[in-house]
Design a protein around this ligand. Structure first.
Ligand code: UD1
Ligand code: MG
Length: 458
């Protein structure tokens, strides 16, 4: 159960919040310093989310948002759906932040060329506004991101309340993505892909995907929001994997800012936009991780998983780096493909596929599903083959018939490979894997890209 805030915690959070507010006031001295403001807002988001999780936890339990930690000896009920708190704080922060990235433009549009020292007569200000110079397209991008995220949070809360069926909820992220896809269409509209050098003789330098590109982006929203939800079930893994991905995107964004890239780089603005969306996300996620890490005091709920996935999709699409994003989501993609036989019911899929807690050893083992009737011969043959390749663990009876099989998730596969282990070690191992794959992906993206493309856009 979550305890009330201790004196030291209240003091540290209070000081952090005050410091951030101080920084925010200072940003008005210059041109608004949006990146500094965004960092300050992220600090505020952390403090607010941390305190709200403590304050609201008991209220959530009273309303029935609670769950049992299945991997513990004593399965106490703890607050569920704390991701809703994160998402709300995040959305409020993004809304309050709106003036900062546009501060320069607002000043320029309302008081004459950004020169605030030139005082203008009132009528002149009213009639002579330079609002047509205001970057409405950037504001539209930002607002569409907010709208898409709000939609997905509604879906998440709905799912946590009513456990919506998989086949019903799978399309909702695609609908949530429509606002940002429209903005993408109007504002950017690039639907061509750069063709790798070896394929150029056949396809030309650029290959236009046309409307299929929009289908691809809608699918990306479905994939990234659902894939985090099914790589879940042990303390801290949902939030921590999202944090690793977010930090890697921040690293990638930083490569496009000075001093790493010449200023002004054509992609600077879209990567700044990406940072404005990600930094507060990191703030709220850190506060949640503090409470969700082993031994968990709260659960994140499906709200958090969908929300985090959508933050990445929105960020990648409107920041124009959706293919780089796919590299960072490779472990999730593997888990998705690996899960497919269970998701599509080729083999049985129990309600929970999280690892099995062995109360005697206190360690997690891979969880299994039983075959009620023997599977069809081709399926059995494939399962046996995967078992031999150590990509599964099956148990057979005396007659060689399949009896049970480890569940098809990356988390269980990890346990098949490395044997039983404690919950936090399992989470750390998976996170190290996520980080290693991501760093390698970025390296390939920026270095080895030259092997198959004529230039890297960095
Ligand atoms: C998804 C997975 C399911 C997995 C579940 C765990 C698929 C298709 N579905 O379902 O296999 O078991 O997530 O999150 O892959 N819980 C813990 N410890 C944790 C986290 C969760 O015991 O660290 C349990 C709690 O009882 C909690 C429940 O899982 O209440 C939450 O499950 P929920 O998010 O509703 O499951 P799904 O997202 O539907
Ligand atoms: Mg879930």
């Amino acid at each position: 159960m979550v305890a009330a805030l201790s004196g030291t915690e209240a003091l540290s959070l209070g000081s952090l919040a005050l410091a951030c507010i101080g920084v925010l006031f200072n940003t008005f001295q210059g041109e608004g310093a949006p990146l500094v403001a965004s960092i300050a807002f992220s600090g505020l988001a952390y403090a607010a989310c941390y305190a709200l999780i403590r304050w609201l936890g008991p209220a959530f339990v009273r309303r029935g948002f609670k769950g049992r930690d299945l991997c513990k000896t004593k399965q106490t009920e703890i607050p569920e759906t704390m991701g809703a708190v994160c998402a709300m704080v995040y959305i409020f922060v993004l809304i309050v932040f709106i003036p900062w990235p546009f501060y320069k433009d607002i000043v320029a549009a309302t008081s004459g060329g950004g020169n605030r020292d030139v005082m203008k007569e009132l009528e002149e200000v009213e009639t002579g506004r330079l609002l047509h110079k205001f970057p409405h397209n950037k504001l539209a991008s930002y607002l569409s991101a907010l709208l898409s995220l709000q939609c997905i949070v509604l879906l998440g809360i709905g799912d946590d309340l009513f456990d919506i069926r998989w086949r019903h909820k799978v399309l909702i992220p695609a609908v949530a993505a429509i606002p940002m896809l429209i903005v993408y269409f109007v504002d950017f509209g690039v639907t061509q892909m750069v063709v790798p050098t070896p394929l150029r003789p056949y396809l030309g330098d650029l290959f236009d995907l046309g409307w299929l590109y929009y289908v691809y982006m809608a699918m990306l929203s479905i994939f990234s929001s659902n894939s985090i939800n099914i790589l879940a079930g042990i303390n801290g893994i949902e939030v921590a994997q999202s944090l690793v991905i977010a930090l890697l995107i921040v690293l990638n964004d930083a490569l496009y800012l000075s001093p790493f890239a010449p200023y002004p780089h054509p992609a600077t603005d879209s990567h700044l936009f990406s940072l404005y969306l990600l930094l507060p996300f990191i703030g709220v996620s850190l506060a949640l991780l503090k409470h969700n890490w082993y031994p968990a005091k709260v659960f994140v709920g499906d709200t958090y998983c969908y929300f985090a996935g959508m933050v990445f999709a929105v960020d990648g699409i409107l920041g124009h780096f959706s293919k780089t994003l796919m590299l960072l989501l490779l472990p999730q993609a593997f888990n998705f493909v690996y899960s497919a036989p269970q998701l599509f019911h080729l083999v049985p899929c129990p309600r929970h596929r999280l690892p099995h807690f062995n109360a005697r050893t206190g360690l997690l083992e891979c969880s299994r599903f039983e075959f009620k009737k023997p599977p069809a011969a081709p399926i059995a043959a494939v399962l046996m083959l995967l078992h031999r390749l150590r990509l599964l663990h099956v148990e057979t009876d005396e007659r060689g018939e399949l009896r049970s099989c480890s569940n098809f998730t990356l988390i269980n596969l990890w346990l098949v490979w490395f044997g039983p282990m404690r919950e936090d070690r399992l989470a750390l191992g998976l996170l190290a894997f996520q980080a290693a794959v991501g760093v390698l992906g970025l390296f390939i993206r920026h270095r080895a890209a030259l092997l198959i493309f004529t230039q890297d856009n960095w």
